[in-house]
Design a protein around this ligand. Structure first.
Ligand code: SF4
Length: 208
């Protein structure tokens, strides 16, 4: 399995080159993006973040103090804006009251993950995206595209978030740069080839 997962990675890298995720100007913006991207496309998140920047709201501290109605208006393009505004308020409060990145970075992966998961609105994928990209922790993010790849290539018998995460984490070098790049490449491949209706012809992973 180790060789298979490495093979997939290098084929994707050769085809698409480095994606250099997460696309954000700051760690705060990574956290914000990780929440806003729930159930919507990245294009919509970008519009919401641009609105937030215009209102000088693109920081966790600013969100913590922000008027909820202004926040809702900014993030409306990302959908579920009432719910997401409340989730953003929750995560902002969590960071502000726990000493932000400086203090939170002192916790080990498991403890920090547990703390993030205790925030209403933060599920496993969001928590792991924050851990990987904002805290540079070697934690593999499992999204719908990763699940699709694993299913379509029969890489696991029992598909679940935890099983998929374990599959990658136990077979690859524990390296946040590698995990971040791998996840980004899976997303890229899903957008180009591994769509709802897969375009296997010419896909770099064909044959694995
Ligand atoms: S497009 Fe086909 S070959 Fe490529 S990853 Fe999806 S199922 Fe596999």
């Amino acid at each position: 399995m180790k060789r298979k997962l490495e093979d997939i990675y290098y084929r994707l890298l050769e085809r698409f080159s480095y994606q250099s995720w997460w696309p954000a100007d700051s760690k705060d913006e990574m956290v914000i993006g990780a929440l806003l991207t729930q159930n919507t496309s990245w294009n919509n998140v970008e519009i919401a973040i641009t609105n937030m920047k215009r209102e000088n709201l693109c920081s966790l501290e600013k969100i913590f103090k922000a008027d909820c109605e202004v926040l809702k208006k900014c993030i409306k393009p990302a959908g579920f804006f009432n719910q997401k505004a409340s989730y953003l308020k929750n995560i902002a409060e969590f960071f502000v009251k726990n000493g932000s990145f400086n203090k939170l970075d002192m916790f080990d992966n498991a403890t920090l993950r547990k703390k993030l998961l205790s925030v209403k609105g933060v599920g496993k994928e969001t928590a792991d995206s924050i851990l990987l990209y904002a805290f540079n922790r070697a934690v593999f993010v499992v999204d719908a595209y990763t699940r699709r790849l694993v299913e379509r290539h029969n890489l696991l018998k029992e598909i679940s978030y935890d099983n998929i995460q374990h599959l990658f984490e136990s077979n690859l070098k524990k390296d946040s740069s590698l995990f971040g790049e791998y996840h980004a490449l899976i997303v890229k491949n899903a957008k180009v080839f591994c769509k709802t209706k897969p375009l296997c012809y010419n896909c770099p992973i064909l044959g694995i």
